[in-house]
Design a protein around this ligand. Structure first.
Ligand code: ATP
Length: 578
């Protein structure tokens, strides 16, 4: 059967979130108390889906690094793991730059008490009104005429409205989906794509009248000087916004009983620093040889100003980070290697090429230390809420020796590495060795964003089937690997099915759930498995009792075939490896 594709832009985030709740993937944290903004709990299927993605990363990064392929210098990729504490010595975050510089500009609405990231306020600048006779043209005719127009240079720096979105593309798609974000707006239509200045044109319909508007970032310096001239998002009211203030994203806590300012500690905002602080320990205890990597996965916490888009921007989330240490002269080659391999890895877990992009940062986007490096790139996924734009899944950065140098400076402990295989050769022809601070390539991925991307990618509306939708996970990622059903709950069918179920749990239960259910019509049970993304349902029916065969239903094609009961484990083993 030909694969039906559903473009990301046409998948509804509301539908995806509803399914996540309905089928036990993701719940709002503390829901019975009304929830807590920016925190999400994983239900049974979500917890297993997350574990499958985490295990895939651990296996493919730590246990069999890069599937056994060799690095750009011809050597195998060497990797060791660590598992460091969430709370570290506060000096760690001074050295890393987080105490001083991990800030977002924050703007408050004094009236509604809403809080926004200033750099996520997209202005809507009306440039001109479309004459009435043009506004009445058919949609396509008008849009193609508008697409050829040149925007006047002198539009006001003060927007008429503001929309909360990190980019103009997202502002446009969210306005098209929900025009109520602007008072009295009936409809919004994008006219052109986002340009180099981060803005795009849109046609806005207010009842009978239509306006061409530029949608893009606002001037933050101007917002700081004259906040009263900027309209608040949602209400459109002027005079209620505060100027942007720097807000440190680290969660503070106190260590010990006295809780004075001297006892302040931070929940880690990234797992990476726990790798750098253990660099010397690993070198001294593990006989590792340059180049090598240290990998770590675990929770990170950021007091995001505006958590949004489901789990995409949460306040508690999990990261999967690699710090790959190498000689400075090899950093450029390793940077290219990791960037390309990480991209392939995301494809291997089921994200499709057309929804996945590798975006190399422009020089003016780079952190100051990275400017001297080989580069920084983001692996981005086209989520339904970012489409037609993309949102970051993983960043791959050449961080030079910045982190080790800073920790060396702040701790007073030497962190350089003695490489016995480098340096000038002595009289015996042996290298004399070279001491250096290694450079670092950092592929830093978000597990929760990865899970969300898998859910969005898998979500496939299909009005022709009973559930109306199914989740097309790769079998390796699916939280339920198989379901075993007696067609009806009588004769010997439940017993035969129960035996098969127990056998499959014993063989495959380590990798995911094997369902058993004897209640409800078989159609309803299949529909539930479609929504849960279970790739195969084995059904024991009347014929099974005579010839020891079962039917296998394929989730994607809905086709059924008969195979021998004893062939089921081999069938499943083969399919789950795909
Ligand atoms: P963004 O620009 O989206 O805030 P970032 O560039 O600050 O992300 P990094 O500091 O590079 O993110 O963190 C590495 C990865 O951690 C990101 O690629 C993302 O997958 C994940 N991540 C970062 N912040 C969050 C968050 N608030 N919620 C969920 N995942 C996050």
């Amino acid at each position: 059967m030909a694969e039906r594709e559903t473009p990301a832009a046409t998948k509804s985030m509301d539908d995806i979130m509803a399914l996540c709740k309905r089928r036990g993937f993701i719940y709002q944290a503390s829901e019975i108390y009304g929830g807590i903004n920016g925190f999400w709990d994983y239900g049974p299927l979500g917890a297993q889906l997350k574990k499958n993605l985490r295990d895939a990363w651990w296996n493919d990064v730590v246990m069999v690094p890069c599937g056994g392929r060799r690095g750009p210098t011809g050597e195998p990729v060497r990797m060791v793991p660590v598992d460091s504490c969430i709370i570290q010595h506060p000096r760690v975050w001074e050295a890393s730059g987080h105490v001083e510089g991990f800030n977002d500009p924050m703007v408050d609405d004094r009236e509604t008490k809403a809080r926004y990231r200033a750099d996520h306020l997209m202005g809507v600048f009306v440039v001109w009104e479309v004459p009435k006779h043009d506004a009445q043209k058919t949609g396509a005719e008008l849009m193609s005429a508008l697409a050829t127009l040149v925007e006047p240079q002198s539009s006001s720096p003060y927007p008429e409205f503001m929309v909360v979105a990190p980019h103009a593309a997202e502002a446009l798609s969210s306005l098209a989906a929900d025009p109520k974000q602007i008072p009295r707006l009936k409809r919004a239509q994008p006219i052109n794509a986002v340009r180099g200045d981060g803005a795009a044109l849109a046609l806005l319909h207010f009842g009978e009248r239509a306006f061409v508007a530029r949608v893009g970032p606002v001037d933050l310096a101007l917002l700081g000087r004259e906040p009263e001239r900027f309209p608040a998002p949602v209400t459109g009211k002027k005079g209620v916004l505060t100027p942007p203030r720097a807000f440190n994203l680290m969660f503070k806590t106190y260590v010990g009983a006295t809780a004075t300012e001297d006892d302040v500690a931070y929940l880690r905002p990234e797992t990476a620093q726990g790798i750098f602080t253990n660099f010397k320990n690993v070198v001294d205890t593990m006989r590792v040889k340059m180049p090598f990597g240290i990998a770590q996965m675990g929770k990170a916490f950021r007091n995001e100003v505006t958590p949004r888009n489901f789990t995409f921007r949460s306040r508690e989330f999990e990261q999967m980070e690699i710090e790959f240490f190498c000689h400075p002269s090899e950093a450029r080659a390793w940077y290219g290697f990791w960037r390309d391999w990480r991209m392939q890895w995301w494809e291997s877990v089921g994200l499709k090429g057309e929804n996945l992009v590798l975006r190399e940062h422009a020089t003016d986007e780079l952190a100051h230390y990275a400017r001297e490096g080989a580069g920084t790139s983001d692996i981005e996924y086209r989520f339904p809420f970012t489409a037609p734009g993309y949102g970051e899944l993983e960043g791959v950065a050449h961080r030079t020796d910045f982190d080790l140098r800073r920790h060396q400076e702040y701790s007073g402990v030497k962190l350089d590495y003695f490489d016995a295989e480098r340096g000038e050769r002595g009289p015996s022809g042996q290298p004399r060795g070279e001491r250096y601070l290694p450079h670092v390539i950092e592929p830093s991925a978000g597990l929760d964003r990865g899970v969300l991307a898998l859910l969005c990618e898998a979500f496939t509306p299909d009005p022709a089937r009973a559930s109306g939708v199914f989740l097309r996970f790769r079998p390796r990622m699916a939280p339920i690997k198989a379901a075993v059903y007696p067609l009806v709950n009588r004769e010997a069918m439940p017993e035969v099915a129960a035996r098969l179920h127990a056998d499959l749990v014993g063989r495959f239960g380590r990798d995911g759930f094997i369902e058993f259910d004897a209640k409800q019509t078989i159609g309803k049970r299949y529909a539930r498995m479609d929504e849960a993304g279970c790739p195969f349902c084995f059904t024991v029916d009347g014929q099974s009792l005579q010839d020891m065969t079962v039917t296998v239903r394929d989730r994607d094609t809905q086709q059924q075939e008969r195979i021998g009961l004893d062939a089921v484990p081999a069938f499943l083993a083969d399919r789950l490896a795909r």
